[in-house]
Design a protein around this ligand. Sequence first.
Ligand SMILES: *[C@@H]1O[C@H](CO)[C@@H](O)[C@H](O)[C@H]1NC(C)=O
Ligand SMILES: *[C@@H]1O[C@H](CO)[C@@H](O)[C@H](O)[C@H]1NC(C)=O
Ligand SMILES: *[C@@H]1O[C@H](CO)[C@@H](O)[C@H](O)[C@H]1NC(C)=O
Ligand SMILES: *[C@@H]1O[C@H](CO)[C@@H](O)[C@H](O)[C@H]1NC(C)=O
Ligand SMILES: *[C@@H]1O[C@H](CO)[C@@H](O)[C@H](O)[C@H]1NC(C)=O
Length: 474
Amino acid sequence: MARPVIALYQFSRRRFSDSLRIFFFFPTALALFSSLTIFFYISSTSSLFARPHHLRLQPPPPPPPFSFRGSRNVSRRPPVSPKKADVLQVARSSSADCGGNGGRGRSTQILQLQPNGNFVNNEVFHDRDIFLEDYKAMKRGFKIYVYPHRRDHPFANALLPVTFEPGGNYASESYFKKVLMKSHFTTKDPYKADLFFLPFSIARLRHDDRVGVGGIQDFIRDYIFNISQKYPYWNRTGGADHFYAACHSIGRSAMEKADAVRFNAIQVVCSASYFLSGYIPHKDACLPQIWPRQENPSNLDSSKRTKLAFFAGSINSPVRERLLQVWANDSEIVVHFGRLNTSYADELLNSKFCLHVKGFEVNTARIADSIYYGCVPLIIANHYDLPFADILNWKSFSVVVATLDIPLLKSILKSISSQEYKTLRENVLKIRKHFRWNTPPVDYDAFYMVMYELWLRRSSIPPLLLGTSSAHSQ
Ligand SMILES: *[C@@H]1O[C@H](CO)[C@@H](O)[C@H](O)[C@H]1NC(C)=O
Ligand SMILES: *[C@@H]1O[C@H](CO)[C@@H](O)[C@H](O)[C@H]1NC(C)=O
Ligand SMILES: *[C@@H]1O[C@H](CO)[C@@H](O)[C@H](O)[C@H]1NC(C)=O
Ligand SMILES: *[C@@H]1O[C@H](CO)[C@@H](O)[C@H](O)[C@H]1NC(C)=O
Ligand SMILES: *[C@@H]1O[C@H](CO)[C@@H](O)[C@H](O)[C@H]1NC(C)=O
């Protein structure tokens, strides 16, 4: 038991050092901007640097877009001269363009300096150029070894991909495996593999009479034991270069008799709450929960979104109880509990903001639903490690509100200007493709985005142990 724990420490250190590229550029850029801010602040307020006529401040700039942390009271720091400092335009050439408008060629990233000293990024990517470059490298070179199982294996139903088109609430798990195993990422040569896929399906095991909810933990423990006897790959890293995917939250307790999976392997799961033990941010990754929808809404761009906000669901958590308590009879924030009498799709198409509210778990399919119908997600789910948060700038296309701020919901939404809302909506349409499953996959769709998240974590493999004869002899 000690080995996997030691392994965790060793590998997590490597993992961090390898993500250095991303974690290096970000802080450096931030530090640079902060220095600039301080410099401008000093130079605009201090007589040491500025001549008197430079001291004249402009009228205070408009309230900051996308800073909705609960109240309109922003910190009372004196405004920085908006003249030069408030908009830094970083023009950057990018040869590729992810998604649709490939002809643009050049993208302009605008970082706005707010009166409270923060920079606001309205771009949907944290760093588009780094992402595009890495994405290409990922598509070219990323290799996955999938533990092979024969069609006549007694648990082939849970170990092999489904033959039908996945549907419903937990479809993401089945889609991911189905698409992965047909993709060019898989390799039959384990010594070429960056990562190893554990192909058990939690959703299928849960409904298998031989296993069921009560038997999943034993099944996983036995499965890991079996592969660690039969193959050398599990033992050489304690599972750190292995991953599985699961969408149902039962997956969390399913690993309780297989600690090495929880602590070392990469868990790609829908219920990605960093408040709960069992999910380790940065090591694990969030699988977006997507209810596959076939009908294609024609009026996505519709400007006749008449309702301010909409929610439908059951009352199965204190957070939803609170929502009901405060907004039950409101005419603008429509919260509907119980069976919906109208078309769900129409409600999402007719609302400006669509609520995702934590239920039993932080995750539901509602975020993907609202994105699908072009509605700006309003997320109330503390500690949710949002899907693709390594890549996407969630503040640019959603509003995240803390549970405590439910009573402030309306004032938060009303404080968003129509221009700010327009930007949020346009960005929702830009990121829509990332929340779709396709067979075969389509560039930048949910499958490739999850693969990219895995690729970011691939470096957990200790190079010393890789592909050398020592790996065989262990
Ligand atoms: C906001 O500021 C006003 C006065 O400036 C104050 O009365 C109010 O309590 C503040 N609200 C919050 C939430 O801090
Ligand atoms: C593990 O191997 C044993 C012996 O081959 C087999 O009976 C059992 O079904 C396997 N269990 C799993 C979960 O693969
Ligand atoms: C992996 O480790 C386990 C437990 O230490 C051991 O029983 C097993 O034989 C090892 N597997 C291989 C392939 O050496
Ligand atoms: C909403 O209206 C109903 C019926 O008028 C009333 O019974 C209920 O207490 C109201 N709820 C809230 C939260 O105001
Ligand atoms: C659904 O709504 C319509 C009109 O809004 C109403 O006539 C009907 O009775 C409702 N049906 C149910 C089952 O509540």
